[in-house]
Design a protein around this ligand. Sequence first.
Ligand SMILES: NC(=O)c1ccc[n+]([C@@H]2O[C@H](COP(=O)([O-])OP(=O)(O)OC[C@H]3O[C@@H](n4cnc5c(N)ncnc54)[C@H](O)[C@@H]3O)[C@@H](O)[C@H]2O)c1
Length: 271
Amino acid sequence: MTAGLTISLEGKVALVTGSARGLGAEIARTLAGAGATVMITDILAPEGEATVADINKSGGRAAFLKHDVTREDQWQEVVAKTVSELGGLDIVVNNAGIEICALLEDTSMEDFQRILDINVSGVFLGIKHGCKAMKPGGTAGKGGSIINLSSVAGLRGFAGLGAYCGSKGAVKLLTKAAAVEFGNLGYGVRVNSIHPGLIFTDMGNAVLKGIVEAGLAPDEAATRQLFETLTPLGMTGAPSDIAKAALYLASDQSPWVTGAELVVDGGITAS
Ligand SMILES: NC(=O)c1ccc[n+]([C@@H]2O[C@H](COP(=O)([O-])OP(=O)(O)OC[C@H]3O[C@@H](n4cnc5c(N)ncnc54)[C@H](O)[C@@H]3O)[C@@H](O)[C@H]2O)c1
């Protein structure tokens, strides 16, 4: 008989960016539920504080810091405060992100730059400052796990999501380069990416609208139907599906997993 697998993060400290709402909030709740102390960071302060209150009310341990992931000075401050106030750093989840739906020919340079700043530079800074703190000799110094939210849009193209696809493809390879580098240097810092399919958070719902606004579908129902047709398991994905993937990658149950693309998409990229 095989005993059930219980994943514990007891004694670990996690920092989850963009975790005031959506997938990030669910990841934060799940990591806290497994025993981690979680620093929730976001540009949305009231929503972030509400997520913290929710976690603490249900017996978890969480705190909030306002944090724009494109700002290196804020990254330095957030990592330093996490280590000093929560007692270490073992897990960084680079979850904050935005989407922009538009045909490539209609995408402004400003929008393209903005999506790269948040989705790619934000992840780069999280990898950089997370690693510096977690590597041997760093302020936390015990090694750890960095998890980057890419997307199915980092694995295949989607019409109307060109800028977003470009940013998420970059996250995929930044992850692998970091995994190889930190592995070779013996840092004990693993780096993996998660690739969710479409999930109906604020962002997921905005994609349905955006595809219509880009002129690629007559209405939201048609877009939803298109994703339904493309997804072998149907459009039943929930934030908890992504949070469970993050929990596995964050934990000591994945000690030999680095540079991996964990695809959680109901099969949309399999066909
Ligand atoms: N929902 C989906 O279908 C889906 C699919 C694949 C990948 N993803 C990725 O998962 C992640 C979370 O997506 P979501 O659906 O929860 O989106 P969401 O829009 O619901 O939440 C994103 C969070 O990021 C925060 N954020 C935005 N810009 C920020 C910045 N500069 N600094 C700090 N925080 C910032 C927002 O305030 C928000 O709380 C994103 O990286 C997204 O690209 C989502």
